[in-house]
Write a protein that binds this ligand. Structure first.
Ligand SMILES: NC(=O)c1ccc[n+]([C@@H]2O[C@H](COP(=O)([O-])OP(=O)(O)OC[C@H]3O[C@@H](n4cnc5c(N)ncnc54)[C@H](OP(=O)(O)O)[C@@H]3O)[C@@H](O)[C@H]2O)c1
Length: 242
């Protein structure tokens, strides 16, 4: 089929792939871009499941780079998606929403009222975590970096459904956990590393799990000895294979 690309995001993994620091190392020359949405322009005579005008997304990240205007693809490597889904949503539905869903489902059994804490909460992945927590009745504690327009960002995340939003500095001073206004987290999601990871890990309950899925600060994840010995904290990793 001949596809015209309509939109494709720039995800951190795309940049890391171009830098050569990501496990996926496509043979060169290669076109970057793991996800995106396109429109079918024409189909071969054997193609029965797709028609010109259909919207499609690649089934796997390695299908072909999405940062291109057109592609010729095997029809089997594409999923048809409804046109009611907006172009931006369609272009970004494979990586971050699925990541947020799997991380909230696969590591800890969570019930309504449980607490999840995450750093990088304003990232695309973090925004999906916020919305799923909201739908499932989970308390989300969302850590972001400070910035001049922090109040605007807090309102934006609140409107997405965030329960609490704290800057990294506010987290180190907050008494929401000590005062028991918020119960300690069962799950911590870390896409930053370094000091930020340690600070979210400190808010885990006994036997809590911290899932690391990104390393935006490029600093290593350090685990406090006491958290391992006295709280039996686990540190896990997550990678979405498309
Ligand atoms: N493991 C997986 O399968 C998987 C899947 C999806 C995403 N990810 C990872 O999830 C992370 C977020 O991805 P995304 O697409 O949601 O990214 P995004 O929308 O581009 O957001 C990037 C986030 O990283 C923060 N950030 C950037 N540089 C930072 C630094 N030096 N220190 C602390 N925070 C920093 C940004 O905060 P500011 O606004 O303060 O700059 C923002 O919150 C990335 O690490 C990505 O690789 C992993």
């Amino acid at each position: 089929v001949l596809v015209r690309m309509l939109a494709a995001p720039l995800n951190p993994a795309d940049i890391n792939t171009i830098q050569g620091v990501y496990p996926a190392k496509p043979p060169l020359p290669a076109v970057p871009g793991n996800e995106g949405v396109g429109e079918i322009l024409s189909v071969g005579s054997d193609v029965k499941n797709l028609r010109p005008g259909d919207r499609v997304i690649p089934k796997e990240a390695s299908a072909w780079g999405t940062w291109r205007s057109h592609a010729v693809s095997d029809a089997q490597r594409l999923s048809k998606i409804p046109k009611e889904i907006g172009i931006v949503e369609a272009a970004t539905m494979s990586v971050n929403p699925s990541t947020a869903y799997r991380m909230l489902k696969d590591f800890v059994q969570l019930s309504a009222g449980d607490t999840v804490i995450q750093n990088g909460a304003n990232s695309a992945a973090g925004q999906n975590v916020i919305q799923l927590c909201n739908v499932w009745g989970l308390i989300s504690v969302n850590i972001v970096r400070d910035r001049p327009n922090i109040d605007e960002l807090k309102i934006f995340l609140k409107n997405l459904g965030a329960t609490h939003i704290l800057t990294e500095q506010e987290l180190s001073k907050t008494d929401i956990f000590k005062s028991k206004a918020v119960s300690k987290a069962k799950l911590a999601l870390n896409c930053v590393g370094g000091k930020s990871a340690v600070e979210v890990l400190r808010q885990l309950d006994h036997k809590g799990v911290m899932v690391t899925y990104g390393g935006m600060s490029r600093e290593p994840v350090t685990l406090p000895t006491s958290a391992l010995i006295f709280k039996d904290i686990s540190a896990r990793g997550f990678w979405m294979h498309l």
